[in-house]
Design a protein around this ligand. Structure first.
Ligand code: AMP
Ligand code: MG
Length: 330
């Protein structure tokens, strides 16, 4: 890959930071990540400390090529390989049985590991040069909105800006975190020798249920036990977010409800909006949230979004993030 002068210098700095057990913010097509070499316990610990992330929330391992999967997973079943062929590099994370020698901090002590191959060429090149996969959650404080540009990362960690290296490769084209899936086989219910496999969606994203259904039966799992990081509140902006069913101002009684729930008057709501095209809506969701929340004097965000109508395809992933980012849904 050919890098221009400025990027080439940042690339070298990012690489040497990773090589010395440090943490680097990396661009991916979904959101920016906070990466460390999977072989470095110090680096992995730094990720949790910087993010304030609880140890029960596992990280996603990012690989540069198919050959690296066996370095972390002890099994890459044929269905998983087919999905990797179809969607990697891209926003699909697969939860697979992990190798025993993988640092248990990465997987929060689980017997499985989440793996994906990011679509940004510069990040795959960084991983290739490092010579090992990286573990990387989104580059934000725990529970907060994910960053979709380098400047978001810098703002999020401004108190650490002098020590945090951010590899800038422009805005993230997808804009929401990867689809996370796992597999379930029910051999016992089938005639001898036949295994029927199901794909379980643990977190919806840009690789949709419809796309996955071409390969196997698909089920959406709401149960947070299977995917430990999925708490009721996540992706939250710095001020409360209220979801309205339409673009009209809330009625008097709705305002009263908001006041009661927030325990304060909404004097200056910051209105945010999303494009009608889901690809653009996903891309701009977090950036618009940050811009609206940063307006002077605004103490609450209003987002008109018909949640009930938007439960298919890419809208499903967007609705999931909006519901978890919301303080109140009207
Ligand atoms: P992120 O903060 O976007 O990097 O998200 C990582 C998320 O992937 C975690 O919060 C989990 O929900 C999910 N994940 C990672 N590893 C596993 C695993 N072994 N089993 C189930 N879900 C996982
Ligand atoms: Mg995250």
């Amino acid at each position: 890959m050919i890098l221009d002068g400025k990027l080439s210098r940042s690339f070298e700095i990012a690489l040497s930071e990773l090589e010395s057990g440090g943490v680097v913010a990396i661009p991916t097509e979904t959101v920016y990540g906070l990466a460390a070499d999977i072989r470095s316990s110090i680096g992995i610990n730094k990720i949790f400390a910087l993010k304030n992330r609880p140890a029960f929330d596992p990280l996603i391992v990012h690989v540069a090529d198919f050959a690296s999967v066996p370095l972390v997973a002890r099994e890459f079943r044929p269905l998983a390989q087919k999905l990797a062929d179809a969607f990697w590099p891209g926003p699909l994370t697969m939860v697979l049985p992990r190798r025993n020698d993988l640092n248990p901090m990465i997987t929060s002590g689980l017997d499985t590991v989440a793996i994906r191959m990011p679509a940004k060429e510069i990040t795959r090149e960084l991983i290739r040069k490092l010579g090992a996969p990286v573990a990387a959650p989104s580059a934000n404080r725990f529970g907060r909105t994910s960053p979709t540009s380098a400047i978001h990362v810098e703002n999020e960690f401004c108190d650490h800006a002098s020590i945090l290296v951010v590899l800038d490769d422009g805005p993230c084209p997808v804009g929401i975190e990867s689809t996370v899936i796992t597999f379930e086989s029910n051999d016992s219910k089938q005639p001898a020798g036949r295994t029927v496999e199901k794909i379980l969606i643990l977190r919806p994203g840009a690789v949709t249920a419809e796309q996955l259904a071409r390969f196997a039966q698909v089920e959406r799992v709401q149960n947070s036990v299977r995917s430990p990081g999925h708490l009721r509140h996540h992706y939250m902006p710095t001020i409360p977010l209220v979801i309205l069913p339409n673009a009209c101002s809330p009625s008097r009684s709705q305002y009263e409800l908001i006041r009661m729930k927030l325990k304060k008057n909404v004097l200056h709501p910051g209105w945010m909006s999303l494009p009608d095209d889901p690809v653009m809506a996903a891309r701009l969701l977090y950036a618009n949230m940050r811009t609206a929340a940063n307006q002077p004097d605004v103490n609450c965000l209003f987002l008109p979004f018909p949640l009930q109508e938007r439960r298919s395809d890419l809208w499903m992933g967007i609705s999931d993030r909006i519901e978890k980012a919301a303080t109140i849904i009207i």
